[in-house]
Design a protein around this ligand. Structure first.
Ligand code: NDP
Length: 335
C-alpha cells in the first residue's frame, strides 16, 4: 500500500519536500473491518492548515503519518456484514491506495449510489465542498429572490455550488475568480449572472468599481473564500443588513497577513458576519446532500474537475490548488 506522508512542517509556502512516499504492507482484516481500494483522493485547501503545528479548530496532521483526506473507492474485502465486496464508498482514507477501515463505527464509511451521480462527485458537488456551499448560502446568507449574492473563488468546488444554489433560490449570482477563462466558465457553464476577474484589478477601489457595475443593487450576501483585497472591495458595496458567510481565507493560508481595512462598515451597514466549519453541522448534511444529489443527477448543478493522475502527483497538485492552478474540484485519480 503506497501512501504519502507529511515529512516536515512548512514555514510559509509549502513545497514537495514537505511530503514523502512510503510503501507499507496491508494488515490482515479483523472482524468488522473493511478493505477499501481508493479510486480518487480529494485535495482540499484545509489540508494546508493541518500541516502547521498551531492551535486551530482541528488537530494538526501528525508527522510521518498518512496525509489526511477524503476518498472514494470500492470495497475489495470485507469482514463486516454491512459492506460487501464491490460496494462504492466514501470515507476519510487519506493520501493512499488502500485503507483498512473499522467500519463498525457509525459514519466512518458511507455507501454511495453511483447510478445517477458519478463516484468522484461525492468528493465535490455531492460531498463536503457542496455541503459547505449549501450551509453558508442557505443557513447564513439565506438569500431572498431578487437579492444579490457574491462569491469568491467562484469557479472552485465550493464557490461553483454557491452561485448555482443562489440562482435556484431566485437570487442574482456574481462570482469573483482568477482569470478570463475561469470567469467565462462561471457565467457560460455555471449560469452566474456575472463574474469579475480579480487579477485585472490592482487595488480595492478598482475591484469595488467593477463590483458596482456587476451588482447595481448592491450586495446582500457574500460567501467568502479568499479574504484580503476581495473582502475589502465587497464590503464597500455591501447593503444594509447584508450577510457574510466566512468560509475560507485562502489568501492567508501560508501566513500572509490579511487585514480588513474598513471594519466600521460592519457597524454602519449592520452586517452579520458568521464563520462556520461544515463538519460541525452534521445535522444538515442529509438535507443538503439530498438537494445537491438531486440537482447533479438532473443536470441542474454543474461542476468541473481537475484530475491529477497517480498517487505521486498528489503533492504537486495540492501545491497547485493553493496557487489557483486547479480549475474546479481538485482530485487525484488512482485507478
Ligand atoms: P477551490 O476549488 O476553490 O480551489 C481554491 C481556489 O482558491 C483556487 O482555485 C484559486 O482560484 C483560489 N485561490 C488560491 N489562492 C488564492 C489567493 N492567494 N487569492 C485569491 N484566490 C486564491 O477550493 P474549495 O472550493 O475546496 O475551497 C474554497 C474555500 O472554501 C477555501 O477557502 C477553503 O478553505 C474553504 N472551505 C471551508 C470549509 C469550512 O468548513 N469552512 C470547508 C471546505 C472548504 P482563483 O484562480 O479563482 O483565484
Amino acid at each position: 500500500n503506497r501512501q504519502i506522508q507529511l515529512a516536515s512542517r512548512p514555514t510559509g509556502e509549502p513545497g514537495v519536500e514537505n511530503f514523502k512516499r512510503v510503501d507499507i504492507p496491508i494488515p490482515e482484516l479483523s472482524e468488522g473491518q473493511v478493505l477499501v481500494r481508493h479510486h480518487y483522493l480529494s485535495l482540499d485547501p484545509y489540508m494546508r492548515g493541518r500541516m502547521n503545528d498551531s492551535k486551530s479548530y482541528a488537530q494538526p496532521q501528525p508527522l510521518n503519518e498518512v496525509m489526511i483526506g477524503g476518498t472514494v473507492g470500492e470495497v475489495v474485502a470485507s469482514k463486516n456484514t454491512h459492506f460487501a465486496v464491490g460496494d462504492s464508498v466514501v470515507g476519510m482514507g487519506g493520501w493512499q491506495e488502500y485503507q483498512v477501515v473499522d467500519a463498525q463505527q457509525r459514519g466512518v464509511l458511507q455507501k454511495v449510489d453511483t447510478t445517477h451521480v458519478p463516484l468522484s462527485a461525492y468528493l465535490g458537488a455531492v460531498g463536503m465542498p457542496g455541503v459547505t456551499g449549501w450551509y453558508g448560502l442557505v443557513k447564513i446568507i439565506d438569500p431572498k429572490p431578487g437579492e444579490t449574492v457574491v462569491v469568491s473563488a467562484a469557479s472552485g468546488a465550493v464557490g461553483g455550488a454557491v452561485g448555482q444554489l443562489a440562482k435556484v433560490r431566485g437570487a442574482r449570482a456574481v462570482g469573483i475568480a482568477g482569470g478570463a477563462e475561469k470567469c467565462r466558465y462561471v457565467v457560460e457553464e455555471l449560469g452566474f449572472d456575472d463574474c469579475i476577474d480579480y487579477k485585472q484589478h490592482q487595488d480595492v477601489r478598482s475591484l469595488s468599481a467593477a463590483l458596482k457595475v456587476a451588482c447595481p443593487q448592491g450586495i446582500d450576501g457574500y460567501f467568502e473564500n479568499v479574504g484580503g483585497m476581495i473582502l475589502d472591495a465587497v464590503m464597500l458595496r455591501a447593503n444594509p443588513f447584508s450577510r457574510v458567510a466566512m468560509c475560507g481565507m485562502i489568501a492567508g493560508y501560508n501566513g500572509e497577513p490579511i487585514p480588513m481595512t474598513a471594519p466600521q462598515l460592519i457597524l454602519v451597514n449592520r452586517m452579520k458576519i458568521e464563520g462556520f466549519i461544515v463538519s460541525e453541522h452534521m445535522a444538515v448534511w442529509p438535507e443538503a446532500l439530498k438537494e445537491l444529489g438531486t440537482l447533479v443527477a438532473t443536470g441542474k448543478l454543474k461542476y468541473r474537475e481537475t484530475v491529477a493522475q497517480g498517487l505521486d502527483s498528489a503533492p504537486e497538485a495540492f501545491l497547485g490548488l493553493l496557487k489557483g492552478r486547479n480549475f474546479g474540484k481538485q482530485l487525484v485519480k488512482l485507478i
